[in-house]
Write a protein that binds this ligand. Structure first.
Ligand code: ADP
Ligand code: ZN
Length: 713
């Protein structure tokens, strides 16, 4: 008998192709499947929550696991992903026809569905009818923070879910979420009426995401930066988050004009347009989507390689959720946030108009502190989520490029004295234009070109001045009057510095790589010299893309980038090797080994026709994983008769000793009978009666048994 741990690990290997659980996963699974106790699971996006309720579903002999989720758009994807791993799952929701929903619910009663995804509203419609006779293994409540008014995505449908515990008091409930503060957490447990739930808090650390904040370098530089990201990951995609629809459209236009394939997504588009944009993104047909925060809920794409915040988000929760969409497959991904005072002004307006002004104001301040920090950014983030980290991360801009300090006294004096001379009558852009001696019409009209400091800073670029003035604000030398058109005012501290000519140190402006934007978008890959591993990766991605098109599923449903990277590392050259790659389960081995192994063999300069010996191995592997003869023939694209001949050979080599799945007792006895009576016309007599090749199998079996007997003597 396997113990629980071995059993769960075997399922993980078989269905998902993973070798080990991540921290907490096994405990969470045991709590639901063995203790049958309620739980609240807090893990970041990409932390691996889904497995926590899927494995208990697989462990149960009978019964269905009900997954309540508000993300209807995501359900189809999840069901497809499960099916591609050989797990029977289904979804019931308002996006499908009533007929479809009904037939799925019928399947449920027949025990054909292991996991059912359902919206809270629909569950409440069905659950009273179920309670008498539908065996339920587990209820998983995904995005459980939606139950709480404290949370940020409150859904009224969730508040009625206590009904679950009323009707199914002894079935465990697992509530899962990626964002919940203590208050929300308690709310989840009370509102669902969980009984003594076990609380699991996973680490919010996502070490594969790099973090970077850039103080507004100006429009052109922003676009160039985004282009450089696309160039780094030409065959992958990323998201540019913008604060407004207009900004998203503008960004999309600029990227498109530079020859990149980009699309736009915001709530102002029609449903059809939005779906199209989302599909193109998911299927890997565009390199970038320029979007408002409306984009992302319901996106499960695991190979998003970068996320850019063109504007600062309104709080750290949103920021973390949005950057968290990158790199869900666990491999390297880059996140960058551009930060400007213009954004703060706009966000401040949102806060002032919002219902919960003081909370939101506090949250905005924390966001601002993060953006302005000169400490390891990951430490700040994790401490925001009440997690401590005792070392710097080494993967954020502060860790990688500790800012070089310069004596900024002169710069400060120039800026401060300009502000004094114009009597605090300008915002940041106008101030910089004055310092740089620009001839803007409104500047001239106001007479600002006549002041003594006009043009004294012409030696610095706009971006440089922007960084320095921002730092002056951070240091408290300048204040922004948000209620006065964002005009800059000198603070008493600033006035003091100006009067006493005190030394001020500033962080030196370091321009990021100025890359020439490339024409031709995707074609850019060919221009760059790829190393062999990169070349193989690109090839495998093409193989994946082809299969995805054929099956009409997103590429990451076939394999995640992480699994492809493993293939590049391991270079499997046979089906057996392939089946051992991390991320390749049994179902996918059978379905996909050939195109991938062929590509890898070609890459290595090996023959791409598979020898007959190899073919026998595969038949054996498939038999051992429970495939019957027609399924093996189909998986391998050969005739059933050939499969039987492999089996006969395997038997004669003593390599196959369990025949139950190959031949029935009656068939075997029949062959023996005819072989005894009419040995010469054996094949003629039996051909109409049984599949081609089976006779040979029976004869091989008979030989095998004779050998066994001889050995025993
Ligand atoms: P969440 O639901 O918490 O956002 P997912 O369940 O979608 O996260 O998991 C994120 C990714 O991590 C998926 O690609 C998933 O297959 C992978 N994953 C989960 N558990 C493991 C594991 N034990 N080993 C390797 N990969 C895992
Ligand atoms: Zn760091």
């Amino acid at each position: 008998m396997l113990d629980f741990n071995q059993q769960a690990t075997a399922l993980l290997r078989r269905f998902y192709g993973y070798n080990s659980f991540r921290p907490l996963q096994l405990d969470i699974i045991a709590t639901a499947a063995v203790e049958r106790r309620d739980s609240v699971v807090l893990m970041p996006t990409g932390g691996g929550k889904s497995l926590c309720y899927q494995i208990p579903a697989l462990l149960a002999d009978r019964g269905v696991t009900i997954v309540v989720s508000p993300l209807i758009a995501l359900m189809k994807d999840q069901v497809t992903a499960l099916a591609s791993n050989g797990i029977p799952a289904a979804a019931v929701n308002s996006m499908q026809s009533e007929e479809e929903n009904r037939s799925i619910l019928e399947q449920l009663y027949k025990g054909r569905v292991k996991l059912l995804y359902i919206s809270p509203e629909r569950l409440l419609m069905e659950i009273d009818r179920w309670s008498s006779d539908l065996p339920v293994t587990l209820f998983a409540i995904d995005e459980a923070h939606c139950i709480s008014q404290w949370g940020h995505d409150f859904r009224p449908g969730y508040t009625q879910l206590a009904r679950i515990k009323e009707l199914y008091p002894s079935v465990p409930v697992m509530a899962l979420t990626a964002t919940a503060d203590r208050l929300t957490r308690e709310d989840i447990s009370t509102q669902l009426r969980l009984s003594n739930p076990k609380l699991f808090i996973g680490s919010f650390d996502r070490p594969n995401l790099s973090l970077k904040v850039i103080t507004d370098p100006g429009k052109t530089q922003r676009v160039n930066y985004i282009c450089s990201l696309i160039d780094r990951y030409p065959s992958d995609s990323g998201i540019v988050y913008c604060l407004s629809r207009k900004m998203a459209e503008e960004m999309d236009r600029q990227l498109t004009a530079k020859g990149y394939s980009s699309t736009v997504y915001h709530a102002g588009l029609s449903v059809t347009e939005r779906n199209l944009a989302q599909d193109r993104f998911i299927n890997g047909d565009v390199q970038a989507v320029c979007a408002t925060i409306a984009f992302g809920m319901g996106i499960d794409k695991s190979n998003i390689r970068w996320v850019v915040h063109n504007n600062m988000p309104r709080n750290i929760e949103s920021y973390y959720q949005e950057i968290g969409r990158a790199g869900r497959d666990g491999t390297k991904a880059e996140t960058v946030m551009f930060y400007s005072y213009g954004d703060i002004a706009m966000l401040q307006n949102f806060v002032d108009e919002s219902g919960q002004k003081s909370i939101n104001n506090e949250k905005l301040n924390r966001m601002k502190e993060y953006a302005e920090a000169s400490l390891c950014r990951r430490r700040i983030l994790l401490s925001y989520f009440n997690e401590t980290m005792d070392h710097d991360c080494g993967n954020c801009d502060v860790c990688l490029n500790p800012p070089e300090r310069i004596d900024g006294t002169i710069l400060v004096q120039k800026a401060l004295s300009a502000i004094v001379r114009i009597n605090g009558g300008a915002g940041i852009n106008m101030l910089i234009d004055i310092l740089r001696g620009a001839s803007r019409q409104d500047l001239i009209q106001k007479g600002y070109h006549l002041i003594k400091t006009y043009g004294v800073g012409h030696d610095l670029s706009f971006g440089e001045w922007n960084t320095y003035v921002s730092q002056m604000i951070q240091l408290g030398l300048i204040d922004i009057a948000y209620n006065e058109g964002n005009h800059l005012k000198i603070t008493p501290y600033g006035a003091d510095i100006l009067r006493n000519r005190t030394t001020v140190m500033l962080a030196k402006f370091t321009p990021f790589e100025k890359r020439k934007p490339r024409r031709g978008g995707k074609a850019a890959t060919e221009e760059r010299e790829l190393n062999p591993a990169e070349r193989l990766m690109e090839t495998l991605k093409e193989v994946r893309q082809k299969l995805a098109r054929k099956e009409q599923v997103p590429p990451y449903i076939i394999f995640t980038d992480k699994a492809l990277l493993e293939m590049v590392r391991v270079e499997p050259v046979s089906m057996d090797d392939f089946s051992k790659v991390e991320g390749v389960g049994e179902r996918k081995t059978v379905k996909y080994w050939k195109p991938f192994v062929t590509a890898i063999r070609r890459h290595k300069g090996l023959a791409t026709t598979f020898g007959t010996g190899l073919s026998h191995e595969e038949t054996l592997l498939l038999l051992n994983s429970g495939y019957d003869i027609p399924a093996i023939a189909e998986a391998k694209g050969i005739k059933a008769a050939t499969v039987y001949s492999h089996i006969a050979t395997l038997i004669s080599q003593d390599r196959l000793t369990d025949f139950s799945s190959v031949i029935t007792r009656e068939q075997y006895l029949r062959v023996m009978e005819v072989a005894g009576e009419h040995p010469d016309t054996l094949y003629d007599i039996l051909t109409p009666e049984m599949p081609d090749g089976l006779v040979r199998v029976a004869l091989a079996m008979s030989d095998y048994m004779l050998r066994q007997k001889a050995n025993m003597k």
